[in-house]
Design a protein around this ligand. Structure first.
Ligand code: ADP
Length: 480
């Protein structure tokens, strides 16, 4: 298999096997490298010890011979032989040769003389050689006593040493093989351990697919990268579940809201189809009611669209600004014309050199909703006050009425979609229960705030705030 195809095979391999193989391979390589270094070091150290021992032996023999001023004439040979015999060890041979390489004397224990040919040396030399399957360590040193010039040779059988190093090598090899098996098992175990959380997550995702978004991963009680990932996954699923349920709640609410006007229209149109069209009074009444309900459906659909648009609209919230005083005066002016029976008071201060961070159409939309509520839920003729001021970098607007007010228990919910305090009254007024929900979302899109204060039967004040900043062309004055 060539390198590219090996790479392809590896990349196609399941993650678990890849992890197992790589970790096993790494552990094995590390182990082999460590053992090799250890073996080489031990072998070298042991050989150095052997050589040191051989040198020591040689020195002792040389010193002994020099001290004794040994002569190598025929009559002295016996004495020297017995001395060398005493000095010799098992599996060792000591041989003295003259300057021509002829043997003068030799003592041996277990090493035949012919295994090593005599060699004259002018300086000490150590070699390792072998003969007939035996490892031999040979040390040769020159010796000069009086007129005798020769070489002392000590030959040691180091089979024992070789056997020991071979045994160590075998141990290392076997433990290397063991390491392959163990590292394979360990790698597999490691991969299993590492992949367990991922498999758990995959299983949960499959469960989500089959059983629904309420499934979660059981996060183990510890803090690591995997549990962090699991927690993120669970949080994400919480969000998905929340938005799923919001979505279905929204559809449920919307269809519920549409059901009533549709049912009313259905009843009246059926009536007209069967006999009502022949009775001018019924015809007139049914057509009027159907038209009224259709208007409600139109308003509801419009509000629903506005609500979804406010959530999706892609305007960069901090880039659009408006001369809020002008816009608000325009809107209030239109409402004065539409509802001449109400009194509108407007007081805007501090906007001459300020522009407010909100798109004009969104400010208009919001003001329309709040003014509409103020009018809808007040007695005819009662005042509606619109005030605006600038505090630091914030523009604060208040729309206040002296209307029916909102009961305390309902106050936290009036910005929920389709929430209406008095359903019958709101319906009569053409309300959809979406106005404040839209207004709140519009304000929050610009990181603004909306708060509602209300006292039942006394009135309601809605406060909204937006960021504002200096307006370069400050031609306008204060407006009241
Ligand atoms: P609606 O279309 O019914 O007006 P909103 O979301 O605008 O829906 O308001 C929700 C509910 O809050 C209304 O049904 C009404 O009961 C109450 N509400 C809102 N504004 C006022 C107000 N200015 N005075 C009294 N009640 C109000």
């Amino acid at each position: 298999m060539n390198l590219p195809s090996l790479k392809r095979t590896l990349s196609r391999m399941p993650f678990k096997w890849m992890l197992t193989l790589w970790s096993a391979f790494l552990i094995f390589v590390l182990f082999v490298a460590y053992n090799t270094v250890q073996y080489v070091y031990v072998e070298k150290w042991m050989m150095a010890q052997e050589k040191k021992q051989a040198r020591q032996n040689m020195n002792e023999v040389l010193n002994g011979l020099l001290e004794r001023e040994a002569g190598f004439a025929e009559d002295e040979l016996l004495r020297n032989r017995s001395y060398l015999d005493k000095k010799n060890q098992s599996d060792q041979m000591i041989r003295i040769i003259d300057q021509h390489g002829d043997k003068v004397i030799a003592v041996s224990d277990g090493i035949p003389e012919e295994w090593i040919a005599p060699e004259v040396k002018s300086e000490t030399e150590i070699v390792v050689t072998d003969h007939a399957g035996h490892s031999l360590l040979v040390i040769r040193s020159p010796i000069t006593i009086h007129s005798f010039h020769g070489t002392v040779e000590i030959v040691r059988n180091i089979d024992q040493f070789q056997r020991l190093t071979e045994a160590i090598l075998r141990v290392f090899l076997f433990s290397g093989l063991g390491a392959v098996v163990l590292s394979g098992l360990g790698g597999g175990l490691l991969a299993r351990q590492l992949l367990k959380p991922l498999q758990l997550m995959a299983q949960t995702m499959r469960d989500v697919e089959r059983k629904g978004v309420q499934e979660r991963i059981a996060v183990p009680d510890k803090e690591d990268e995997m549990t962090a990932l699991m927690k993120i996954f669970n949080e994400m699923m919480d969000q998905v579940e929340r938005s799923f349920s919001q979505q279905s709640q929204f559809v449920e609410d919307a269809s519920h809201e549409l059901r009533t006007p549709i049912a009313i229209m259905d009843g009246h149109l059926s009536l007209l189809l069967s006999w009502g069209k022949h009775d001018p009074e019924t015809l007139e009444e049914s057509l009027n009611i159907s038209y009224h309900e259709l208007t409600r459906i139109k308003a509801l659909v419009q509000d629903l669209l506005t609500l979804t648009r406010t959530e999706k609209d892609g305007l960069a919230a901090d880039e659009v600004t408006v001369r809020a005083d002008r816009t608000i005066l325009n809107i209030v002016g239109q409402w004065e014309q539409l509802h001449p029976q109400y009194t509108f008071e407007t007081k805007l201060t501090g906007f001459a050199d300020r522009e407010v961070v909100v798109a004009e159409r969104h400010l208009e939309q919001m003001m329309t909703i709040l003014l509409d509520n103020a009018v809808k839920y007040s007695e005819v003729g009662s005042p509606v006050r619109v005030t605006g001021s600038v505090r630091d970098e914030t523009a604060v607007f208040e729309i206040a009425d002296n209307g029916v007010g909102i009961p305390e228990k309902d106050l936290p919910f009036v910005t929920d979609r389709f929430y209406r305090v008095d359903k019958a009254r709101s319906r009569k007024q053409g309300g959809t229960g979406l106005g404040l929900a839209i207004a709140k979302r519009l304000v929050e899109r610009y990181n603004g705030h909306m708060t509602i204060r209300s006292q039942e039967f006394e009135g309601t004040t809605v406060t909204v705030s937006f960021a504002c900043r200096a307006y370069e062309d400050s031609s306008g004055g204060e407006i009241e």
